[in-house]
Ligand binder design. Sequence first.
Ligand SMILES: [Zn+2]
Length: 157
Amino acid sequence: MSLREPWMANMLRDRKLCVVLLTVSGIIAAAHALGISLWRCPFHVCTSLPCPGCGMTRGIVAILQGHWHEAWGHHPFAIVFLAGWLVFLGVTMSPERHRNTAIERIAAVERATGITLVVLFLFVVYGLTRTVVACFDASNAGGLGKLRHPTSTQHHL
Ligand SMILES: [Zn+2]
């Protein structure tokens, strides 16, 4: 595993994978915007603690509805993942020649900067820190059973 591995470009080369990821995530987000919850995080269901990705769908939908402050409360990385989703959408939908050019440009940026791994590393560090803080909050509040989801408590702080 190389720090300069073009992770995003490698995923983009698999068009079928991109179509599946874009479709599934698009359906989940659209359903959420309509008030239908198609995805419940198994980690949160089992532990009452947020996993690193918890709040991402709500954050992205909030951005699309223009509620930036609310989006930040749900997940600060929502804007980054939305931008990534739009890049995936644009590249996947492009004609083959433009698609290949875009993938090679993205690969070059990734090799030069390692940006994808840097963002994923920060995402995981933020997410795990949030999980640990929620765990301490829960034990201070008298146990995990009393824990509420951090995004639902933030509105009251
Ligand atoms: Zn989760």
